[in-house]
Design a protein around this ligand. Structure first.
Ligand code: NAP
Length: 285
């Protein structure tokens, strides 16, 4: 089974490295070609100059790009040349509608599609401990399960195409609330002139402990906001969540507040910083 990877960003790089470590990666493509060339040399795999050539060569193609339009453009390029019977897995975070469109486009060419968004951050991508939420056919998932196992510690088949992305939207609503809670609490602690490292260690060990506090608490309070997860990308996800919430007549006020906060940070030029840059709006002056 020949496997290719498209999109060597903060997440894709770690995922591709773990596939190569498991002996599963044949080739890579990245829009900014030098990233693919460097990784191909590092891993001893092929660098492809275009998506169509990679797709023509592979039995399984994984994609991890930015937003809905990017996924549809990449899938259109794959659909032009992919082998009949090949499988495409999209690991980007996009809407369920985009996943369904991608699946329909590929199905018409005899190519299977799974939406396979991930959670676990750059650390999860690098360490091969991502949680993967799958939408699509169970037999197709069984075929590619060993590929996913090389990158993850949890693979959950949610249901039909689109349901992986709907589940990822739930994850993103949770992340918004957690970001609000952690940044607010740590700014509150800093305003009490408490020793921040000790405070974070203490509260992280109890009922308030969580991944974001663990991984980003100390960096945000020391003024470091390197991604991680770009806040412009989480903003893109929360806009999808807001559309889903509106359609279902459910309120997601913490997400709405986070969208407004991110828009302020993006207007101030912080869109490429980690989502923990929300702390900029909370920290005591
Ligand atoms: P990133 O570092 O910004 O990387 C984006 C990647 O997509 C780059 O390789 C970029 O190529 C490529 N790309 C974007 N548009 C493209 C297009 N139209 N055609 C071809 N390639 C394109 O983003 P990331 O953090 O890796 O995130 C990737 C996806 O995973 C996003 O959907 C994000 O929401 C999701 N995600 C991120 C995290 C996280 O913690 N970072 C966690 C879970 C899920 P260039 O190198 O040329 O720019």
């Amino acid at each position: 089974m020949k496997i290719g990877f498209i999109g060597l960003g903060a997440m894709g790089l770690g995922m591709a490295r773990n596939l190569a470590k498991a002996g599963l990666l044949a080739g890579v493509y990245n829009r900014t070609a030098v990233k693919a060339q460097d990784l191909a040399v590092e891993l001893g795999v092929s660098a492809y100059a275009d998506i169509a050539t990679l797709a023509a060569d592979m039995d399984v193609v994984l994609t991890c790009v930015s937003a809905d339009g990017d996924v549809l453009a990449v899938v259109a390029a794959i659909a032009g040349t992919a082998k009949i019977g090949a499988v495409v897995l999209d690991m980007s975070t996009v809407s369920s509608e985009t996943a369904k469109q991608a699946a329909a486009l590929l199905q018409a060419k005899g190519v299977a599609f799974l939406d396979a968004p991930v959670s676990g951050g750059v650390e999860g991508a690098n360490n091969g401990t991502l949680s993967i939420m799958i939408g699509g056919d169970a037999d197709t998932l069984d075929k590619v399960r060993p590929v996913l196992e090389a990158m993850s510690s949890r693979i959950i088949h949610i249901g039909p195409v689109g349901s992986g992305q709907a589940t990822k939207a739930v994850n993103q609503v949770l992340c918004a609330g957690i970001n609000q809670a952690v940044t607010e609490a740590l700014a509150f602690a800093q305003a009490q002139n408490l020793p921040m490292e000790k405070v974070i260690d203490a509260v992280a060990g109890g009922a308030a402990g969580n991944w974001f506090l663990d991984k980003r608490g100390k960096t945000m309070t020391s003024g470091t906001f390197a991604p991680g997860f770009k806040l412009a990308l989480h903003h893109k996800d929360l806009k999808i969540c807001q559309r889903m919430a509106e359609k279902a007549h459910v309120a997601i006020p913490l997400s709405a507040m986070t969208v407004t906060d991110y828009e302020r940070l993006m207007a101030e030029g912080y869109g490429d910083e980690d989502i923990s840059a929300l702390y900029r709006l909370r920290k005591p002056i």
